[in-house]
Design a protein around this ligand. Structure first.
Ligand code: ADP
Ligand code: MG
Length: 747
């Protein structure tokens, strides 16, 4: 790296300079840095301090009060080195700054006697104490003054005092100290020279953002305690902006060359009145036959889905809705909108239990509906729904495959089994993915590709070459800000209203043995009334096998104790699929009154008669999980209870359980979760490749995120390929994997 080159350097250029080019980063240290992910000068400059120590205050000794921290500039008058009684080395200095004297003591730093000989002038940073009546500083930080008062000495050594010292996350394991990192950062800053600022002037001014250069300087080497805040704000904005810019570009790229099926449906069909005599289309007949009125939120969501399905661009929409908000009918309505135009719908869910359950409800919902079939004389045939999981084998599987390929099957509910190569579709018009976070991006894409393949033949006439529409659903509400980061390339619609008549689940944190006894009492009383209960076993470390064994033990314990005499069933992940289905079936029918389960029941299990949920050792579960578990009850208009057993072992656990008792609102719980856990875990667990957010905080920077989105949208609208914003394009490429880069910037 040559010092000061014009023009200004870009981040991309810095990302091409290995850290080993810096002074003092030898092979050994370069390895250590690489082990913590720092390989280039850019990596180093984006390794930010997590706090600062203010050693900038200089004081006269005479004015310094005991207990205060400050820097003093003093001359050494006398030095004495000795050993303490227990053998530690002790160096004692007498220093004076012209206003007063002081004793300075160093333990285990014998070399200080050589460094600080009588007559040496130095800056000492430390806290003023008293010892045996005398004023003293112990183990202060020292800078020897080489030329006058100016301690930025000629050898370019880094000042330790009279400055604000950034503190970096040191890594003892890698053998890296905060001090070393700071020295390299400062050298990198010095030698990088001017940095290019790709953000256009207008937003920079509008948002009052400091220049990039200054930001990098002040976040690492703030001249005053206040200087790092605007620096942080600028760099946090950059992170959010890069991310939003790539999401907006991604959206644009998706739309650009995509062809959509113009589904034969209109937003108005979502408004069909119940028992509307005029109900004509399949969708209208479906809605008219529902045993309940869709909520306003469900109608709004369906209208959005229909409008988009009918439109010229493929749908990419996320449907967020709390447990029990009624996402299933929105999904089924969407699939029927595809079916009424001669296409098919597929619903993919993460587990077999869920697939079976969804199939059960989908079949119930479409039962008695028919669809026009031009291939038939009578012109109509019943809507055909099928279930496809890894358990579908032999003749049944062959039949399903044939039906999906010929179009005789309209709707399919399935697991990953839908993705297997031998499954093909006649004309897949809508892909719905439930609990989308349980699937990887590739899996979502694979189902979409199957749809695309099914539509590729010329036989599809106008729809040939189209992409199927995509609706992803999540019952794990996430905060708005997190959604913008994770799903910024999707349209969103939220079911923010519960079906009427729901009685909130009474949630009790049962901390004591007496509380727990009351919980079991409630289970018995409800079972007596003909209702059912879930008991979720404690989370245990180890494999599914270990978890299953402990669930079995828990079943025996409960059967011999608190739940003696009740009909208990078991459900865990190690059971054979048939056994699982059997267990669910028995619970649904009431054969089994209490289901002892692992978190297998977490998602989507719908048994309206269940009114009690007992979660054992609840402090070990996360908020989202507890919220999902609680969602298994309160699915009817009967009063329901959720008992969270156990004293919380940590403060966070107490926070989670307290929040569960306080609120039922999934979005509010998601915000609390974000607060408690920090976004790292939330974002990290869901999607990789979003590693650019190191300073920005979704909690603190929500406003900045909105601004970043707004500016990104305006910019892409005016310059869809960033052709006149080369610096920005160049920079976001840094954070994209090659495939995504090719996708966003294909020419
Ligand atoms: P989730 O959003 O958790 O998937 P579901 O779609 O499973 O919710 O719906 C939960 C329960 O509420 C189901 O039993 C469903 O039949 C019922 N339901 C859905 N919409 C309504 C409504 N508008 N009015 C009354 N009950 C409804
Ligand atoms: Mg559901």
């Amino acid at each position: 790296m040559t010092p000061t080159v014009s023009p200004a350097r870009t981040l991309r250029q810095l990302a091409e300079i290995p850290v080993s080019r810096l002074h003092g980063v030898g092979e050994h240290k370069a390895k250590a840095l690489a082990s913590v992910g720092v390989e280039t000068v850019f990596d180093l400059l984006t390794t930010y301090p997590y706090r600062y120590i203010d050693r900038s205050r200089r004081a006269d000794l005479a004015e310094l009060a005991v207990g205060e921290e400050a820097v003093i500039l003093a001359t050494v008058r006398a030095v004495r080195a000795r050993r303490t009684r227990n053998g530690r080395s002790l160096v004692e200095l007498t220093v004076h700054d012209g206003t007063a004297g002081l004793k300075v003591v160093f333990f285990n730093q014998a070399w200080r006697a050589r460094q600080l000989g009588a007559g040496t002038e130095a800056l000492f940073f430390g806290k003023l104490d008293t010892f045996r009546g005398g004023r003293q500083m112990t183990n202060p930080v020292v800078d020897v003054v080489v030329g006058g008062d100016d301690v930025a000495d000629a050898e370019g050594r880094r000042r330790r005092t009279m400055r604000i010292v950034p503190v970096y996350r040191a890594s003892a394991k890698a053998g890296l100290s905060s001090w070393e990192i700071g020295s390299w950062v400062e050298e990198a800053l010095r030698r990088s020279g001017a940095l290019a600022d790709p953000l256009p002037e207008a937003p920079r001014r509008e948002l009052d953002l400091v220049p990039r250069d200054l930001a990098f300087h002040d976040i690492h080497v703030p001249a005053t305690p206040a200087a790092h805040a605007p620096a942080r704000r600028r760099l946090a904005f950059d992170e959010l902006f890069r991310l939003q810019l790539s999401l907006v570009l991604r959206r644009r790229a998706l739309e650009e060359d995509a062809r959509a099926i113009r589904h034969a449906v209109s937003a108005r069909e979502a408004l069909a009145r119940q028992r509307d005599g005029a109900a004509q289309t399949l969708v209208q007949r479906f809605l008219a036959r529902l045993p309940f009125q869709p909520t306003a939120a469900q109608r709004k969501a369906m209208a959005a889905v229909f409008a988009e399905m009918a439109g010229p661009l493929p749908m990419h929409r996320l449907l967020q809705g709390d447990v029990g908000s009624g996402k299933t009918i929105v999904a089924v309505a969407g699939m029927l909108a595809a079916v009424q135009g001669g296409h098919q719908g597929a619903l993919m869910v993460p587990t077999e239990v869920l697939a079976e359950q969804h199939f059960f409800s989908v079949r119930g919902l479409v039962d008695g509906l028919s669809v026009s079939d031009p291939g038939r004389l009578e012109g109509e045939r019943p809507v055909a729904a099928a279930l496809l999981t890894s358990r579908t084998t032999g003749a049944e599987r062959a039949r399903l495959r044939a039906g999906l390929e010929s179009g005789a099957i309209d709707l399919v509910v399935g697991t990953h089994a839908l993705l297997t190569d031998d499954v093909g579709f006649h004309s897949l018009g809508l892909v719905v993915i439930d609990e989308q976070h349980r699937f990887g991006v590739e899996q979502r894409a694979r189902l979409r590709d199957k749809g695309r393949a099914s539509l590729s033949s010329a036989a599809h006439g106008r729809t040939a070459g189209a992409d199927p529409d995509l609706l992803v659903m999540t019952a794990t509400p996430i905060p708005r800000t997190a959604a913008m980061v994770l799903f910024g390339d999707l349209d969103m619609v939220v079911l923010d209203e519960m079906p009427p008549g729901r009685v909130p689940v009474e949630t009790v944190w049962a901390r004591t043995a007496a509380d727990e006894a009351r919980a079991w009492g409630r289970v018995r009383a409800e079972v007596q009334e003909g209702r059912r209960a879930f008991v979720v076993c404690p989370l245990v470390e180890g494999s599914e096998r270990v978890q299953a064994r402990s669930a079995t033990e828990e079943l025996h314990r409960l059967a011999g104790g608190p739940l003696r005499g009740l009909r208990l069933g078991l459900l865990h992940g190690q059971m054979a699929p048939a056994a699982k289905e059997h267990a669910m079936g028995e619970f649904r029918s009431g054969e089994v009154q209490v289901l002892i389960a692992t978190t297998v029941v977490e998602v989507g299990v719908d048994v309206p008669e269940a009114t009690v949920m007992v979660v054992e050792d609840a402090g070990r579960f996360g908020i989202a999980q507890l919220h999902q578990l609680r969602g298994r009850v309160g699915r009817s208009n009967r009063a329901s209870w959720c008992y969270l057993l156990g004293a919380a072992e940590t403060e966070d656990a107490a926070g989670r359980l307290g929040a569960m008792v306080r609120t039922h609102d999934g979005f509010e719980l998601a915000e609390i979760d974000l607060e408690l856990r920090g976004e790292g875990t939330i974002l990290g667990a869901r999607q990789k490749g979003r590693s650019d957010l190191s300073l920005a905080s979704l909690r603190r920077d929500a406003d900045l995120l909105d601004e970043a989105r707004r500016i990104a949208e305006a910019l892409v609208a005016s310059d869809p390929r960033l052709s006149s914003h080369g610096g920005l394009a160049d920079e976001i490429r840094l954070f994209l994997d090659p495939e995504e880069e090719a996708f966003l910037f294909k020419s």
